[in-house]
Design a protein. Sequence first.
Length: 220
Amino acid sequence: MIGETLIDAARASLESVQRGADGVAPPVAILWTDADGQWQPIIPALRNAMPQLYVLGSYDPKTHTGPVIWLKCIVEHTLRDAPEYCVTPVLYLPRVSRQDLRAGGDCPPALQPLVELQYRGAVWHQKNGRDWTVDAFLSSESGCGLDIARDNRTQEAMLRALPLLAIEGGFDHEVARVVEKAGAQRHHEVPPPAIRPLGDADIYRHIVSVDEALQGQRQA
């Protein structure tokens, strides 16, 4: 998905779930499970792009957030805060895994009202059935198609950069290298400059500045 932001890519992927096969009723809701809450930093920006996005949490209608019973009412379109009938609500469930909902009777009692939505709705997940993690979505061809290193330092840097990656365009393989450099920079306790996934020249200058900072740190 070169040239798009992470918000664009996530929205397109989520909206693709609601397009069912011909002759099949559309899902009443899209369930988005996120066991580790990795996606939370981009939810405010994504909500601006997807007004039909609702979040499990403490009741706050201004941010489309509420408990399970409130989400159920949103799905049934019985509240003023619900989207139009022709719009499928997306329910973001932080700290909830798909396995939690599939546990049936062993599902935590507070979540049990959502279990039946797996059958009337649809779940946003990877082809292998697992939850979409940030790393999986950024590196998958079904997501952003980036080539991202797997070491812990890079992964930590990627999560820290998530709010910026969410709104900046120009995804390419060099962005992953910039994120990796940011991880190395934090490891050496050098104040990080902005990570900007822009053109090759900008990326090159950023990498050079990180290298120079690291060299200065080693010489100090």
